[in-house]
Write a protein that binds this ligand. Structure first.
Ligand code: GLA
Length: 679
């Protein structure tokens, strides 16, 4: 299912006309047309204006907005408006409001003030979604549905009685019986044996550490409960407007929601990304989330929200220096986005986000920001032919939410310093620096086409997952503290890496977490490399004491408590790291060479190279000009110039080459977000 009403790349942002008098709207759409805006996200927080009293709708103002947008060539990403329940709903039914882990009911006055399990809330959202679909299903501006907004941003979980009942139903479904639950949760520990489901509660605040298996199921439940909210609305939209694609905006690499599961439930993946302009490495961090978004459905996605300059929710909200807004937008496109949209169109006059930047700043059309908006709109038009083009990667990073939730359970782990995002970045950073294209895959995902699979951490690993990795014919790299527990968070007997022991040819004798400030050195590729968070005492033998024989030791610890012990091993094509070296580049370089993985292009430090179809993106994230030697000539879509050989790219600038030798120029600008299968 594609966005049949928009072609080229999407450009625009959240548009909140209800915050402005109507006479401003004419100026809005005139300026949108001037900037080349082709999509606006509308009605995200409009429930209280659209349904001011129960069942009584006021669609007049939104009718006029939709008509105005359409008349000016702007398509609508129309929200179902359910992200904030209206005051009348929460006052009539206070049980709609969420309750925190201490039992405090949170009041109205912000947004997302709802309990995901509340039947009253759910029924009201479905009723509004139906009213919206019936009202606007045939409107020519409608191009995409936007259900709710950033699920789990403020409200991921609710600990009320309704949620407790819902959790118990979910547990009954998962475990079948109380005995099943007792076995899975290991309730013989600390005297928690249950005799009935109604004795089980959400993990509310307790005197000491809560059962980690209970927490794990709670994390699964919370992701599922919100997904049910999404699906209830989606069902109505599919029934009334089956041809309109449905999305909800994700929040990059988010701990709370299992985005693999969520992405299956929507038609188009969209994301909100806010790299911190003050962090010189934020373009690397954000690239990982862009690659995740592309990988979720293995198709182009939409950057639905980013900041034009500063945000309003950090301690200090740094603005984007000249060039960065454009460069970051192009970066999203370089990583598979078919649109670069923003929060928001016009900078707010009031509310918590009045200092958040926008495409049209407080300073109006005389501002630097507005000039940047015009320039970006023009650039995105020049890149129209990129829409719909695919990305090919030969390296995959494994990311699974169950394992992540298990790994980051508070208060019961060998160390709280092993954080999944950091473990992912430890590999992603050097891959990015090497110019290698990367996909993400879920445990048990399709590995065909990949030459290298890296699991930075697979704390939770089932027998089925081990068989999946065993069947992978390419080069495998597994990071520390993997294969530790099964899907119920119960430790694999015989020691880690559990079901991966035979594949990796190694057994962990003891975990050796490193406190802050402690360094365990290892000798890697002839150099002393520090490990700062984690190490393991490894045995190159199986649980019964028989050596695996053919396991090679690639690196040993040097000095400290683990002096001389194996730190990194290899058996066949499978490398295991019992530690997290400060820099994994030497391991990576060897594996990539053995697997024959080439960089997209050879580029200097700070320059990012990605490829989409026949297009090569070169993005200079440094502030200085850089020289790049082009392996193939091409035409820079941004300037129209034909380029070959050595070229110079100014600081914070980019080149997007249509490669001359890669086939005929695409003349059609296919609708973005058309599913691969339909192309
Ligand atoms: C997210 C939300 C928006 C807005 C921005 C601010 O993207 O979806 O409503 O709050 O954050 O950065």
């Amino acid at each position: 299912m594609g966005l049949t009403r928009v072609s080229g790349l999407l450009f625009g942002g959240d548009y909140n006309p209800e915050q402005w008098p109507e006479h401003v709207w004419d100026e809005d759409v005139r300026l949108m047309a001037e900037a080349g805006v082709n999509m606006a996200t509308v009605a995200v927080f409009s429930w209280s204006r659209l349904e001011p009293r129960p069942g009584e709708y006021d669609f007049g103002w939104l009718d006029r907005v939709m008509d105005l947008l359409h008349a000016n060539g702007v398509a609508a990403d129309l929200a179902t408006a359910t992200a904030t329940p209206p005051p009348w709903l929460v006052r009539e039914h206070p049980q709609v409001l969420p309750v925190d882990a201490t039992g405090t009911r949170l009041d109205f006055g912000s947004r997302q003030s709802y309990c995901p399990s509340s039947p009253v809330f759910r029924t009201a959202t479905v009723r509004l979604a139906r009213a919206m679909a019936e009202r606007y299903g045939d409107h020519p501006a409608l191009a995409m549905w936007h259900i709710s907004n950033e699920y789990a941003d403020h409200t991921l979980e609710c600990f009320c009685e309704e949620s407790a009942r819902h959790f118990r139903r979910w547990l009954r479904e998962r475990h079948g019986s109380v005995d099943g639950l007792n076995a899975a949760w290991g309730t013989s520990c600390w005297g928690q044996h249950y005799t009935a489901f109604d004795q089980v509660n959400p993990p509310r605040k307790a005197p000491g550490p809560v059962n980690p298996a209970q927490l794990l199921d709670w994390r699964r439940f919370c992701s599922d409960a919100l997904l049910e909210c999404f699906e209830l609305e989606r069902e109505v939209l599919r029934e009334v407007t089956p041809e309109i694609p449905v999305t909800t905006n994700f929040m990059s690499v988010l701990h709370g929601l299992d985005y693999w599961k969520w992405a299956e439930a929507e038609d188009v993946v969209s994301d909100d990304a806010y790299p911190d302009p003050a962090d010189p490495t934020s373009h690397v961090t954000v690239a990982l989330s862009y690659d995740l978004m592309r990988s979720l459905r293995r198709q182009p996605w939409i950057l639905l929200e980013q900041a034009a300059s500063a945000v309003s929710w950090r301690e200090v909200n740094a603005p984007k220096p000249p060039g960065m807004m454009r460069l970051h937008s192009l970066q999203a496109v370089a990583h598979g986005a078919d649109g670069a949209m923003f929060f928001q169109w016009r900078q707010a006059k009031y509310g918590p986000e009045k200092f958040h930047s926008a495409l049209l700043p407080h300073g109006g059309v005389a501002s630097r920001g507005w000039r940047d908006t015009l320039a970006l709109g023009a650039d995105l038009k020049r890149l129209a032919e990129v829409a719909g083009t695919p990305t090919t990667a030969h390296v995959a990073l494994v990311l699974g939410w169950d394992s992540w939730w298990g790994l980051e359970a508070p208060e019961s782990m060998p160390s709280n310093r092993l954080r999944l995002k950091e473990l992912l970045q430890a590999w992603y950073g050097p891959l990015h620096a090497a110019g290698v294209a990367v996909d993400l895959v879920p445990p048990l995902g399709d590995l065909s086409g990949y030459r290298v699979v890296i699991a930075p951490n697979l704390y939770m690993c089932t027998g089925e997952q081990a068989a999946w990795l065993e069947a992978f014919p390419g080069h495998l790299v597994v990071g520390p503290f993997s294969g530790v527990v099964d899907s119920d968070d119960q430790v694999h007997e015989g020691g880690a890496p559990g079901p991966l022991r035979a594949l990796l040819g190694v057994t962990v004798d003891e975990f050796w977490p490193l406190p802050e400030g402690t360094v365990q050195s290892l000798r890697l590729a002839g150099r002393a490399v520090p490990a700062r968070t984690w190490a393991e005492w490894l045995r190159v033998e199986d649980a019964s004491g028989d050596t695996f024989g053919d396991t090679e030791v690639l690196a040993r610890y040097e000095g400290g408590d683990l002096d001389g012990q194996a730190a990194i091993t290899r058996r066949g094509n499978a490398v295991y790291l019992g530690c997290l070296p400060e820099d994994v580049t030497p391991v990576l370089t060897e594996v990539l060479a053995a697997a024959g993985v080439e960089p997209v292009a050879v580029v200097p430090e700070g320059v990012e190279a990605t490829r989409r179809g026949d297009h090569l993106f070169l993005l200079n994230h440094t502030t200085d000009p850089v020289k790049v030697d082009l392996a193939e000539p091409g035409t820079d879509l941004l300037t129209g110039r034909d380029l070959a050989g050595p070229i110079e790219i100014p600081g914070r600038d980019a080149v997007v080459l249509r490669l001359a030798n890669s086939g005929a120029r695409r003349t059609d600008t296919e609708s973005p977000l058309t599913n691969e299968g339909e192309r």
